[in-house]
Design a protein. Sequence first.
Length: 458
Amino acid sequence: MERETWQNHGAPSGTRHAGEWKMKVRTRFAPSPTGHVHIGNMRAAIYNWLFARHHGGEFLLRVEDTDRERSTPEAIRTLLEAMDWLGLGFDGEALYQSTRMEAHLAAAETLLEKGLAYKEDKGGTGQGECVVFRMPGKDVSFDDGIKGTLSKAAANMQDFVIVRSNGTPVFHLANVLDDIEQEVTHVIRGDDHVENTFRHIALYEALGAEVPKFAHLPMIVNAQGKPYSKRDGDAFVGDFREKGFLPEALFNYLALLGWSPGDDREVMAREELVEVFTLERCQSSPAQVDLRKLTWMNGEYMQKLPAVEFEAICFHALGKEGIDPEPEYAQRVFALVRDRVKTVADIAPMVGFFFSGDFSYDEKAVEKKLRKEGVRGILQQVKALFEALPAFDEADIDRTLHGFVEQAGLGFGAVMPPVRIAVSGQQSGPDLAPLLSVLGRRQVLERIDRTIGAYLQD
RNA sequence: GACCCCUUCGUCUAGUGGCCUAGGACUCCAGGUUUUCAUCCUGGCAACACGGGUUCGAACCCCGUAGGGGUCGCCA
C-alpha cells in the first residue's frame, strides 16, 4: 500500500495521528437524483469507488433527494440503474437525505444556541427569518488531494444560509452533517465544489467534527472544450449505454480521463485499476471527452469478450430489432463479425442482411461498384460457377473466386465488391468467402439474381 | 467585476532540473498482411501558451502576460 500523503486539515505536517494507520477509508457518492446521470458525476463516483477499493475501505451512496421537485422515484431508479450498470456497488444501505431533516434542523438549533449562527430576515424571495451560519472570520486553507494547498482569506468569505425561512435545511448543512453521519473520511467531488469547501470546513469545525480530506476533480468538457450543457445531449450515462458502449469500457475510459497509471497502460482490468489508483496521479486540468478513443477502447473490450457473452449481446441486439434468429445459424454469423464490431450498436446493421433478404442497398456502393460496365456479366458468371460447385463451403468458394479472377484477367477489386454488394447491400463486411458460405448457396444465388434484376437491367 | 483554479501533439496523457533532438495512446496519412472493405502489423505527421528571470543546465523552480474554467442562490 502506498504512503498516506494527505495531511489532516490544520495538523502540523509530519505528525501522525493516533490510530490513523488503521482508520478505515470511507468515500461516498452523493448525487441529487435528477433523472439523468451526467458522466462528470459518474466519473466522480468511479474515482470514489476506486479510491475506497484501493484502500480496502468503503464506498457509500447518499441520495441527496431534498429537492422534491426533481427527485422522483423514477429519477432515483435511473441513478441506481446507472450505478449498477457500471458495476459501482456501494457498501451498506443508501442514505436518503430527505430522511435526515430532523437531525439537520437539530444541528442548526445547536449552532444557534452556541452563537455560531443567527437568525435574520434577508428579505428578497424568502419570507420571514432564515438561519445564517456565521463564518469564523479567519482565513481557511486546506490541502486538496489533487490541487494541493488551497486557501481563502476571511475577507472573501461571507456568512451563508443553512436553514431556509420555510424551515428546510440548505445543501451545505445537510451535506456536511450527512458526511459526518456516514463517517466519510475522503470527499472526492467535482471542481465546482471548491468554493463550498471553505464554508464546509468552517461548518465541520463549528460542529466539532473532524474535517475529512478533500480532493477536487477537474471538470469534463465537451468536444468544443466547453462545459457540457443540455445542448450537448450526449453526456448522460444512459446515452452511452444506448450508443452501444460496454460498461467496462466506459468505466476504463472514464478512469483514464483525468488520471493515468504513470506508465503506458491504457486498457486495464478493473482490478488493475483498483490496485494502482491514487489521487496523486489525477490531473488538475479539465479533460475533454473523445468519442473516437472511447469507441476504440470499446472495440478492445468487445474483442476480449468471451464468445458466449458476445453472442448473448448479439442476440439481444437483434431482439431489439425484432429479429429472433435460429441459434446455430446465428452463432456462425456472429463469429464472422466478432473482431470488426466496435460497439454493440454496430451489430444489427452489420449482420441484418444475414437474417432477412429485405435489406437495403448502400446507394453509394451501388453507384461506385455495381453500376459499371461488365459487372452484370461478372455476376452472372460467378453465379453460374457457384451453381456448379459440388459443395458450397468456404474453401471451394475461395478457390472459385480466385480462379475466376485469374481466368477472367480481372482484379479482385472488380469481382469481390460487386458480389458483396449483391448479397449484402454493403461494401464492407466480413471476408467474402466465409460470408457467402454462411449465407448459403440458395440465398446467394437468389440475391445475385435479384440484384441484377433491380440494378443491372439494360 | 471580485475570489479561487488551470495551461505538453487535434484529443487523453508520460515527464517533479541534466536520461527530452519531449515518450505512449486515439484520430489522420503511407506501406504491408500473396492485390475487396474492415481488423491486424510497420512507418509517418503532430506539442512543452507567451515573455522575463533563477541555474553550468528548465517542459519541469520564480515572476509577469495572455487564454480558459469554477464560484459569487433561502439550487444541489
